[in-house]
Design a protein around this ligand. Structure first.
Ligand SMILES: Nc1nc2c(ncn2[C@@H]2O[C@H](COP(=O)(O)OP(=O)(O)OP(=O)(O)O)[C@@H](O)[C@H]2O)c(=O)[nH]1
Length: 595
């Protein structure tokens, strides 16, 4: 294909503004996919994604329209996956910016515009959902003007009803530049996603920036210098369709017997072994997990199953890490690293659903840098492993720059919430008459607790949040330990700010009293810092055996009750003589709401 007839673009939008629906309509309109084959939102392939209505992995599809080859690259819609968004944008020359006609410009819209400008993309604004009674396209146009986008360029559309889909496709051809590419240069292919298939190995989703690639070529991954022979190249139509060659400007896939996505990471450059490119494409970054938690099977005999499941998941997700960990309380499990809380929930759900595992997952933690008095520096992401306070000279924790975008009327509530979470005010900007962006410096550990939910509830769902890592800074932190029935439960230890430690200790003991079931004996719950008890609550002993509630002879009722008890045992962990439910490990996350 001549590069003049190729257009590479993506759709960017704030969550729920209609990106996937618009993509579906474009595929239908161009007969890329037949009605019969059309599943709602084809581009969101994973079941989980479809259920939750979120896009996690970037996907691609080639659309033929008016003798042009239009390559649509779908981008993830959540802050946890910001790096994948950035790599997808690097594979495009233009972007359709979808804005909900009723909601208007939101935090993610702004973040996306900045990203698009950074990658020098031609932006086509689309004001979507004009069918809604609350649609106010004129207001959105005013907002566009205020953020420096020509409102006359906006296309009014309804992805739901299929209104003006042709206009959007025409704009892609007319406004987005064709790729500038040298087909006779050495190969440079940008990996913008990779996927593991149990039959074919790793499938690299690529944009050919320069040169060309075909079957039997020897390719080289520039970040790790590993080489492979190409088995197949092709495009997404949207199913994988083999092709003789992929040439400069095109988007497609390369299969080459790579066995692990960690060897073919998003952002890497593929070149040819015989005639390598002089330099890799810019911007490659190995993504690092920011949030860590322990994963333990409720049934210890499931350890091997969990290990295999984690290995399989990792084949497909290079940003997720795990290593074996032992907890005195929970036994053998794994310390896992995630990009953020959504990523953690997705992995947990997949493990439970696809591998039928019952898991206990400990409260997420960030990675702390600890400088010991003897000069040693430790990086610790498991509170249980913190050294003795007497040995610690200084603790540093990660801070983020948080941006909150919200209607002006909720500014007071949002500011109060940020302050309660150790936020430090940085800036406040008006986006238009009644919308504001608040900037705060905050500890990452506060953001990964219940912050986002709190923010949503205090602003009646109107606020949006974005954050990026700023760096490590010194903080006055202490480890709060929990003792259940006199025994220290390492998996319940958390790191808290010294100023709040008494309040946290009190809250946690009270909350644990509520969630840990009664036993035949009294169970004291204590909170301690450095061996000193700071709070205590008692779970009274159970008075009656549950079975005594039943009438003597009614065996079916008895069985039902026993089954119900068994059901309730799921996600419970026996620690010493006490059973601790999953909720207990997450209690720390809800603390603000209940404190
Ligand atoms: N009324 C109306 N609803 C729409 C329109 N386009 C999308 N929607 C609805 O808006 C909701 C969100 O649409 P999606 O296409 O899933 O949004 P998205 O931007 O892909 O969301 P993420 O994948 O989470 O980023 C869905 O319930 C759609 O049915 C439209 O033109 N009109």
């Amino acid at each position: 294909m001549q590069t003049e007839e190729i257009r590479n673009f993506c759709i960017i939008a704030h969550i729920d503004h209609g990106k996937s629906t618009l993509a579906d309509r474009m595929l239908e309109y161009t007969d890329t996919i037949t009605d019969r084959k059309m599943q709602k939102q084809v581009l969101d392939k994973m079941d989980l994604e479809r259920e939750r209505g979120i896009t996690i992995k970037a996907q691609a599809v080639t659309i033929n329209y008016r003798d042009y080859e239009l390559n649509l690259i779908d981008t993830p819609g959540h802050v946890d996956f910001a790096y994948e968004v950035s790599r997808s944008l690097a594979a495009c020359e233009g972007a359709i910016l979808v804005i909900d006609a009723a909601q208007g410009v939101e935090a993610q819209t702004m973040a996306n515009i900045y990203l698009a400008l950074e990658h020098d993309l031609e932006v086509i604004p689309v004001i979507n959902k004009i069918d809604l009674p609350a649609a106010n396209p004129d207001r959105v146009k005013e907002q566009l003007l205020e953020i420096g986008i020509d409102p006359d360029e906006a296309i009014l559309a309804s992805a739901k009803n299929g209104t003006n889909i042709d206009k959007i496709l025409d704009a892609v051809i007319e406004r987005i530049p064709a790729p500038q590419a040298g087909a006779d240069q050495p190969l440079k292919a940008l990996v913008f996603d990779s996927f593991y298939d149990s039959y074919q190995g790793v499938i690299a989703y690529v944009r050919i920036m320069e040169g060309s690639v075909k079957k039997d070529d020897n390719i080289l991954l520039m970040s790790n210098q590993k080489s492979y022979q190409v088995d197949e190249v092709g495009y997404f139509g949207p199913d994988m369709t083999p092709k003789k060659e992929l040439t400069a400007g095109e988007v497609g896939y390369i299969i080459s017997g790579i066995k692990d996505v960690r060897n073919c990471r998003v952002g890497d450059t593929i070149t040819k072994k015989e005639r390598p490119a002089a330099a890799a494409l810019p911007g490659y970054q190995k993504v690092k997990p920011m949030v860590f938690s322990g994963l333990y099977p409720t049934d210890n005999s499931d350890y091997e199953v969990l290990k295999e499941a984690l290995e399989k998941l990792q084949l497909n997700d290079a940003s997720f890490t795990f290593e074996p960990e032992t907890s005195e309380a929970l036994g053998f499990g794994f310390r896992c690293g995630f990009l953020g809380l959504l990523h953690m929930e997705v992995i947990q759900e997949r493990l439970e659903r696809e591998y039928d595992l019952d898991l206990v997952i400990t409260a997420p933690s960030v990675e702390y840098n600890i400088v010991k008095k003897n000069g040693d520096v430790l990086k610790i992401e498991n509170p249980a492993l913190f050294p003795d306070p007497a040995e610690i000279a200084e603790i540093k924790e990660p801070f983020v720059n948080a941006e909150i975008h919200l209607p002006e009327e909720y500014v007071g509530q949002a500011m109060e919430l940020c302050q309660d979470n150790r936020g430090e005010f940085a800036d406040m900007q008006y986006i238009d008459q009644d919308r504001v962006t608040l900037s705060y410096k905050m500890p990452l550990s506060e953001i990964i607790t219940d912050f986002f939910n709190q923010l949503k509830s205090r602003t009646r769902g109107y606020a949006t949040l974005d954050y990026e890592l700023k760096g490590y800074e010194k903080s006055n932190l202490v480890k709060l330990d929990i003792l259940v029935n006199g025994e220290l439960v390492d998996a319940l230890s958390t790191i808290v700010h010294d100023d709040n430690s008494y309040q946290e200790g009190n809250y946690l003991t009270r909350r644990l009293k509520e969630v840990i079931p009664r036993h035949m004996f009294k169970v004291p719950i204590q909170a301690a810092i450095g061996g000193k008890i700071i709070a205590r609550a008692n779970i009274p002993a159970m008075r009656k055996n549950v079975l005594q509630k039943c009438y003597g002879g009614d065996i079916t009722r008895k069985r039902k009750l026993l089954e119900k008890q068994k059901e309730g045992k799921k996600r419970m962990k026996q620690v010493g003589s006490v059973e601790i439910p999953q909720e207990a490990f997450m209690a720390i996350l809800e603390r603000e709401e209940n404190a």
